[in-house]
Design a protein around this ligand. Structure first.
Ligand code: SF4
Length: 431
């Protein structure tokens, strides 16, 4: 009997790291079941679009991805999942997906697609699984393993649709998280990034976020822990102290959104500019070179030139090495949707360009300050005769390949900076 043809599946992921983590886990599940993962532009039997709905642009990208899938294979099963699928205000056009699976049913997509391709009929993915039912990926798709610790958000910032599409905050038991981390370390990963919607709000029974990080740092093994994105609330000196440990990477993406108190209040953010500055000062007092990156939103309803200038000034003062800037996009169902003082598109574009310029010059200055110093680099991909990777401060580095392999820690001396945009630092093995 001839072997049955290998089924082909393609994934498209939009939006945040959490989506990427969930896609990686789904991919690994299909791969283990004998599916071939192909490029999203290729002909496949099934397409999964893991969407984002943070802006109207993300919605449009998701709709385009459905069109792209049906153009590649009109008979394919197309699954739309993620936040756009969970948003009851989402609008679909002519190219409707075969299944629309909200975030709560995402972990069941394998069962849904596999049954469909076997000619069975399942109405929709059940939500019997939990939002944490994702196995860590073992395929070495990335050098960094992402570990989901939390989902949902209770903050309800006035511009944000996420609490409505991801639901209320839930945290995963610390034992399960540590078990997952041990597993990915056994798979050979050397870096672990914690992921979730609002991870600083982690709380499981008596354990809060700082307790969790402390337990993770006690796991034996040669690895680096990266926290990445955090709201500027819910942590204090204890976490700052933990950055003394060399396997906790001195980098935080500390979401700012605006440098104007008036805007922060309207956005229903839970901190003031003064508390944000104080937190940064505390971190920098202990760790002067700490790498801080952030999000800044431009064009929130009522944002004046003066408010915007305050954001720019704060961004320059703090010297964020990277600013993810996004233009406010009204999301139906959120309090800001109907707020007066909507800012026109041209003004948003101009402000976003200005923030981008600040980010670029901050980055250049911050990266250049590392020249002549040593960094512990984790090698990743081959780039010609070099290997790319990141140092402990989460700065991209390039080093001569020589005898090095990927996924290896190496102490490197920074010797220069590339003239690409964004730049990378040039490194050589430390003497
Ligand atoms: S903290 Fe605010 S911006 Fe972040 S997910 Fe929650 S509601 Fe949205």
């Amino acid at each position: 009997m001839p072997n049955p043809p290998i089924r082909r599946i393609a994934f498209k992921t939009l939006g945040c790291r959490l989506n990427q983590y969930e896609t990686d886990s789904l991919e690994a599940q299909f791969r283990r079941a004998g599916y071939r993962i192909v490029d999203y532009r290729d002909h496949a039997d099934a397409y999964v679009v893991n969407t984002c709905t943070v802006t109207s642009r993300s919605d449009q990208k998701s709709r385009n991805s459905i069109h792209q899938a049906t153009r590649s294979n009109n008979d394919a099963v197309v699954v739309l999942t993620g936040c756009m699928a969970s948003n009851r205000h989402s609008v679909f056009d002519a190219a409707r997906p075969t299944y629309v699976v909200g975030n709560s049913g995402k972990a069941d997509i394998f069962a849904l697609v596999d049954a469909h391709l076997n000619g069975e009929t399942i109405e929709s993915a059940s939500s019997a699984k939990s939002v944490f039912d994702y196995e860590p990926t073992d395929a070495g798709v990335h050098t960094r393993a992402m570990i989901k610790i939390q989902d949902g958000c209770d903050n309800f910032c006035s511009f944000c649709i996420i609490p409505y599409v991801r639901g209320r905050a839930v945290s995963r038991p610390p034992g399960e998280i540590c078990e997952n981390i041990r597993k990915v370390l056994d798979f050979g990963y050397r870096e672990v990034t914690l992921t979730g919607v609002n991870i600083g709000r982690y709380r499981h029974e008596d354990a809060d976020f700082e307790d969790l990080v402390e337990s993770i740092l006690q796991i034996p093994g040669q690895f680096r822990l990266r926290i990445s994105s955090l709201e500027p609330i819910g942590f204090g000196e204890r976490l700052i102290d933990m950055f003394d440990q060399e396997h906790l990477a001195p980098h935080l993406h500390l979401c700012l959104q605006s440098g104007s108190d008036k805007m922060l209040i309207k956005m229903k953010r839970m901190y003031s500019v003064a508390t944000y500055r104080k937190m940064v000062d505390r971190i920098r007092r202990r760790h002067p070179d700490f790498n801080l990156t952030t999000d800044i939103m431009v064009g929130f309803p009522g944002e004046t030139e003066e408010d915007f200038e305050r954001s720019c000034q704060l961004a320059r003062d703090i010297g964020f090495s990277h600013i993810h800037t996004f233009k406010y996009s009204p999301r139906k169902g959120t309090p800001a949707w109907r707020m007066p003082g909507q800012v026109c598109a041209q003004v948003k574009t101009r402000r976003s360009r200005l923030v981008h310029e600040i980010s670029k010059s901050n980055k250049q200055r911050y990266y250049a300050s590392f020249i002549g110093r040593n960094e512990v680099m984790l090698t990743e991909k081959q780039v010609g005769a070099k290997l790319s990777g990141y140092g402990q401060y989460y700065i991209p580095l390039l080093i001569d390949r020589g005898d090095l392999t990927s996924n290896q820690f190496v102490t490197a001396t920074i010797t220069g900076i590339t003239d690409e945009s964004p730049p990378r630092l040039i490194a050589e093995i430390a003497a």
